[in-house]
Design a protein around this ligand. Structure first.
Ligand SMILES: *Cc1c(COP(=O)(O)O)cnc(C)c1O
Length: 319
């Protein structure tokens, strides 16, 4: 199923901050794997799609906000792999559709809206039952692809991207932006001893994720999904780079992201990757990493979140 995807390139970047810190810094460009189905969202979908195929489902149903990378990726992947797709969207319908949702519709996704209160019940059996009744037999994927199939797919992000098997050893810190922590859990399960995963929560008070991560790891290891060859790597949460919370930005973050793109040719999204890259650069300035360390920053793709912020950006391009 992955034949149509490009292997993600690994790109070294250089700057004064990196040189002073005495580290090597590489970016794993999951954003370049496929024009539509890219980033960590593909890895989280992969085994969900395979399970749906195996069980002869023809329709996928999933959940997301109006700018969701996951809705976008599910619509495109469903279309590529021959599934009908239904997207349950949080909130009221707004017309004209924004670019994320109109893309989803172009890919054949049927959109359904739930008010915020109903949407909060999305993981309850009652709501799932009523959706099954309304739409017939559908394969339900949780918001963000955040289940154990999602964790399993994310175990392939670092190792499988490497040009040779031993290459992954070269990195001792793997950095990733963190929403539900499904991606982090998969990465932590796939690393070798001595490697460390560092996650940057984009939500305020991200420390609560520690418990979430522990239970994802425990549940994965207790499941009958393929066992990883190593015990989970150590991991750490850097909770100070949320910029006020989910999808919140300030001018400093916008400037950083724009400069980063100009200097290194790598676009970042404001909801996730910009916060992680900012955090890593800040930690480098503080001397958090040791000289000789080798960092791999996972670019998780997904530039949907930028659309709503274009207006603020235009202001900067006038400077
Ligand atoms: C969804 C998303 C994340 C968060 O992944 P989790 O597995 O929920 O932690 C990170 N980066 C991007 C670009 C995303 O779209």
């Amino acid at each position: 199923m992955s034949l149509i995807f490009f292997p993600p390139p690994i790109q070294q970047i250089n700057s004064e901050i990196i040189r002073r810190a005495g580290v090597d810094l590489y970016v794993l460009r999951l954003d370049l794997m496929h024009p539509w189905v890219n980033g960590n969202k593909w890895f989280k979908l992969k085994y969900n799609l395979l399970e749906a195929k195996e069980k002869n489902f023809t329709t996928l149903l999933t959940f997301g906000g109006a700018y969701s990378n996951h809705i976008y990726a599910t619509a495109a992947a469903g279309n590529l792999f021959g599934f009908r797709t239904i997207g349950v969207i949080r909130g009221e319908e707004r017309l004209p559709l924004n670019p994320t949702l109109s893309f989803a519709v172009q890919q054949g996704m049927q959109l359904v809206y739930l008010n915020r209160e109903m949407y909060r019940q999305r993981n309850t059996p009652v709501l799932e039952e009523s959706l099954q009744q309304r739409f017939g037999e559908v394969f339900i994927i949780p918001e963000g692809g955040s289940n154990l199939n999602g964790v399993r797919g994310c175990m392939e992000i670092v190792g499988d991207a490497m040009p040779t098997a031993g290459y992954a050893y070269a990195f001792n810190h793997i950095c990733v932006a963190c929403g539900t922590a499904t991606t982090l859990a998969g990465i932590a399960l796939s690393l070798y001893e001595g490697q460390r995963a560092i996650a940057f929560p984009v939500l305020k008070n991200g420390a609560f994720l520690a418990q979430e991560i522990e239970s994802l790891l425990t549940n994965y290891l207790a499941s009958d999904l393929p066992t990883p060859s190593n015990s989970p790597a150590s991991w750490e949460l850097m909770c100070d780079y949320h910029f006020g919370g989910y999808a919140k930005v300030n001018d400093e973050l916008l400037m950083f992201s724009q400069q980063f793109r100009e200097e290194h040719g790598i676009p970042l999204d404001y909801v996730y990757t910009a916060k992680m890259f900012y955090g890593v650069m800040d930690l480098l300035k503080q001397g958090f990493f040791g000289k000789g360390d080798s960092l791999l920053l996972v670019h998780t793709g997904g530039l949907q979140g930028n659309i709503g912020m274009e207006k603020r950006l235009q202001r900067f391009s006038k400077i």
